[in-house]
Design a protein around this ligand. Structure first.
Ligand code: SF4
Ligand code: SF4
Length: 62
């Protein structure tokens, strides 16, 4: 299982991560990306990390 963390202060709201997640776990809440889906469905693919220009996303495997 993976824990996805998005640093709200670093997020520029570019939307790249929300479009890149194959599991559709990420979406916008008040112009910031947040994990709004079922985190247990995270594939650990790191697509969101790769596309984020701000380095705002990190993933930890539990
Ligand atoms: S690691 Fe992959 S599946 Fe998990 S939130 Fe990021 S893009 Fe989505
Ligand atoms: S890719 Fe990074 S900066 Fe862009 S919306 Fe997602 S978390 Fe924010």
């Amino acid at each position: 299982m993976f824990i996805v963390t998005i640093d709200e202060d670093q997020c520029s709201g570019c939307s790249e991560c929300t479009e890149s997640c194959p599991a559709h776990l990420l979406s916008f809440v008040e112009d910031k990306a947040q994990v709004t889906g079922d985190e247990s469905e995270c594939l650990g693919c790191e697509s969101c990390i790769t596309v984020c220009p701000s380095g705002a996303i990190s993933i930890a495997e539990m």
